[in-house]
Every structure is written in structure tokens, then in C-alpha cells.
Design a protein around this ligand. Structure first.
Ligand SMILES: [Zn+2]
Ligand SMILES: [Zn+2]
Length: 120
């Protein structure tokens, strides 16, 4: 069974993927700080299009990255949990928010990005 299985806080949106995670990165960008309410977000990359949703489809907020590319921030329309981002700059990957996984025991960040805007 794939390690990629999870959902939002209220359970309206559930997801799974048969693909294995590609990498895990911490993002310190100010947009992730605002969206998550935390100091950074923990993002697990999976192959684009490999996620299957069960229950409701996530809602979408269309954000822009610093390069001007689109960042589709997808979240539960009912409880507001951030679920994943689709980033124009990484067209082969979807970035899942690790905190929504059912099992986070294997999550090991390998990189940090946007460190200039990291909270002290
Ligand atoms: Zn929800
Ligand atoms: Zn970010």
C-alpha cells in the first residue's frame, strides 16, 4: 500500500496515490506561512496527476509565485485545511501538505526552500 494516503481535518476530502513520494521539502515562503498559519510548510512531492480524490474535490485558491507563475493552492472548502499546491514552476509534481497524511512517520525533509523569508 502506498504511503500517500490522507485527508483534511473534517474528512470531506480524502486522497490517495499509488505513486511513491519523490521528495520532501520545507517551504519558508511567506505565502506558505500565511496559508498554513505556521512558520513553514512541509511538502511531499508526488508525480503530477497521481492523486485520486474521494469525497469532495478540493477548492482552489489561485496564487502567484514570486516568479509570476501560477500556484494553485488546493484546500478543503468545508474545513479550510490546506491539502496541496500545484506549482507552474514544477509541472511534473504536485506538492502535498505533509500534515494531511494519515501516516507521517516516514516523512524526512531533504531540502529547505525560500530560506531568506524563514522565521527566526
Ligand atoms: Zn475538510
Ligand atoms: Zn511556500
Amino acid at each position: 500500500m502506498s504511503r500517500i494516503r490522507g485527508g483534511c481535518l473534517c474528512g470531506a476530502v480524502r486522497y490517495l496515490s499509488k505513486s511513491e513520494p519523490v521528495m520532501t521539502a520545507l517551504c519558508h515562503c511567506t505565502h506558505c506561512q500565511r496559508q498554513s498559519g505556521g512558520a513553514f510548510s512541509v511538502n511531499v512531492a508526488v508525480a503530477k496527476g497521481s492523486l485520486e480524490f474521494q469525497g469532495s474535490e478540493p477548492a482552489t485558491y489561485e496564487d502567484r509565485g514570486e516568479s509570476g507563475g501560477k500556484v494553485l493552492r488546493r484546500f478543503c472548502g468545508k474545513c479550510g485545511s490546506s491539502l496541496l499546491s500545484e506549482v507552474d514552476a514544477t509541472p511534473t509534481l504536485d506538492w502535498l501538505k505533509a500534515g494531511t497524511l494519515d501516516d507521517t512517520s516516514w516523512v524526512q525533509p531533504q531540502a529547505s526552500i525560500w530560506c531568506d523569508s524563514a522565521q527566526a
